[in-house]
Write a protein of this length. Structure first.
Length: 103
């Protein structure tokens, strides 16, 4: 491999959009207002129809949001599918980090 190819590869790697490892809980808190309408201010749910999401494992939470967004997870009301479809992967990671930190 010549030096120009190595330099070009390094530039590409350095300029690629960074993806955060894990989520930003502080940003997730700012995104959580819509979630709170159904899941409660602290993600506690209502014990009947709306599940608690506080303390949920981050990876499981992101997987659930992705499954709602793709239609893989059953959502009779369509509310979660509509909400999740508008989230970026970073939004999902940030929300998951926030709710994982709650008890």
């Amino acid at each position: 491999m010549n030096i120009k190819a190595v330099i070009a590869l390094l530039i590409l790697m350095l300029t690629a959009a960074p993806v955060m490892a894990g989520g930003d809980a502080a940003r997730g808190e700012s995104l959580s207002a819509d979630c709170a309408m159904c899941h409660g201010d602290n993600g506690e749910g209502d014990g009947d129809e709306m599940p608690a999401i506080a303390g949920m494992d981050e990876a499981a939470h992101v997987a659930a949001l992705k499954a709602y967004a793709s239609g893989e997870r059953d959502d009779p009301s369509g509310m979660m599918a509509d909400y999740a479809a508008d989230l970026s992967e970073q939004d999902m990671a940030d929300l998951a980090a926030y709710y994982a930190a709650l008890q």
